[in-house]
Design a binder for this molecule. Structure first.
Ligand code: PBG
Length: 329
């Protein structure tokens, strides 16, 4: 590599040259757009900390979905805000639950055939206390029970598959839930429904805005007893190994930007298709800077997505999906 014979700038001089040698690409079909479904009709309520993201009633969600399909986006990730919450998260696995109802409506619409319907499997939006499982309390002490929570998650996944979900995506971080979900899906005849497992999900401050969007902030305590400690890379690899052994078809890494090294390590070690979730706080943070004119919106958005792809994610769940798809045209 001797200068002046070697001049790396030769391949950077024009856009045509840069395009030819570009190593990493973004494509709308590898973007997934999250939707927050709520009861009612004609509801379109913006989330304060997430400009351009709304709580949507099913009729409004269908319009949003049509726009996504027309933009060539790969799929939707559906979250539900139920009318009522309780200790057993009944709304999560009800046949006429908000997500089940929306999936049925989406699947009836032929314009949405190209759009995968991915359902979030978790109960924090449906429990009165906002934790991702069944809680037992003893004075000040509380425990999120693992095994009874897993049974609810399995039931939830099966009811979503019955409603027509293309992929189920458990995001709760209970132990053993992938195996239990696989068993429940197979018992219901849904052998073909893949599991996208949030295999390494860190306990993160960057979920803050989501908890407003999904009305799922824990009423007491926090999620550190089940979500992972941000300091632990080796543990993240063990989590993934475990989910692979239990039958996960795909992996989801989350958050994305603060954990790019974990995405890279997972890519090098595992051959399963892997997504990364650019979470609500990552979106809110960029938007806050856009609003102040501190960052160029389009360039910063595309650069953030590219960094996640370059780290090794095959697809990206992002609130920027529509905006990015428009840029990619
Ligand atoms: C809940 C869930 C969360 C997110 C996705 N699924 C929040 C949490 O764990 O508290 C966060 C997504 C985001 O911040 O955009 N099971």
């Amino acid at each position: 590599m001797n200068f002046p014979a070697t001049r790396l700038r030769r391949l950077r001089r024009t856009e045509a040259m840069r395009s030819l040698v570009r190593e990493t690409h973004l494509h709308p079909s590898a973007l997934v757009y999250p939707l927050f479904l709520c009861p009612g009709e004609g509801v379109r309520k913006e989330i304060t900390s997430m400009p351009g993201v709304f709580n949507l009633s099913v009729d409004e969600a269908l319009k949003e979905a049509e726009e996504c399909a027309a933009l060539g986006i790969g799929g939707l990730l559906l979250f539900g805000l139920p009318a009522e919450k309780d200790e057993q998260a009944s709304g999560a696995w009800a046949d006429d639950g908000i997500v089940q109802t929306a999936v049925r409506a989406m699947k009836r619409n032929r314009k949405l055939d190209s759009l995968l319907q991915i359902t979030d499997v978790c109960v924090c939006e449906y429990t009165s206390h906002g934790h991702c499982g069944i809680v037992t309390r003893d004075g000040d002490h509380f425990e999120v029970e693992n095994d009874s929570s897993v049974a609810l998650l399995a039931k939830t996944a099966a009811s979503q598959a019955a409603a027509g979900a293309d992929i189920v995506a458990p995001s709760d971080m209970m132990d053993g839930r992938v195996a239990a979900i696989r068993e429940a899906l197979d018992a219901g005849g849904f052998h073909q429904t893949p599991i996208l497992s949030y295999a390494s999900k860190f306990s993160s401050a960057f979920y803050g805005p989501f908890r407003e969007a999904a009305d799922s902030a824990p009423q007491f305590g926090d999620r550190r007893g089940y979500q992972m400690d941000g300091a632990n890379m080796r543990e993240a690899m063990r989590e993934i190994e475990q989910d692979v052994a239990e039958g996960a078809d795909m992996l989801m890494m989350k958050p994305a930007m603060p954990y790019l090294d974990v995405i890279r390590a997972a890519r090098e070690r595992f051959d399963l298709p892997m997504g990364a979730y650019q979470v609500s706080g990552e979106y809110a943070m960029l938007h806050a800077a856009f609003e102040r004119g501190w960052l160029e919106p389009e360039r910063a958005m595309m650069e953030s997505l590219l960094s996640i792809r370059r780290a090794g994610a095959d697809f990206i769940v992002t609130y920027f999906a529509k905006d990015a798809a428009k840029v990619l045209g």
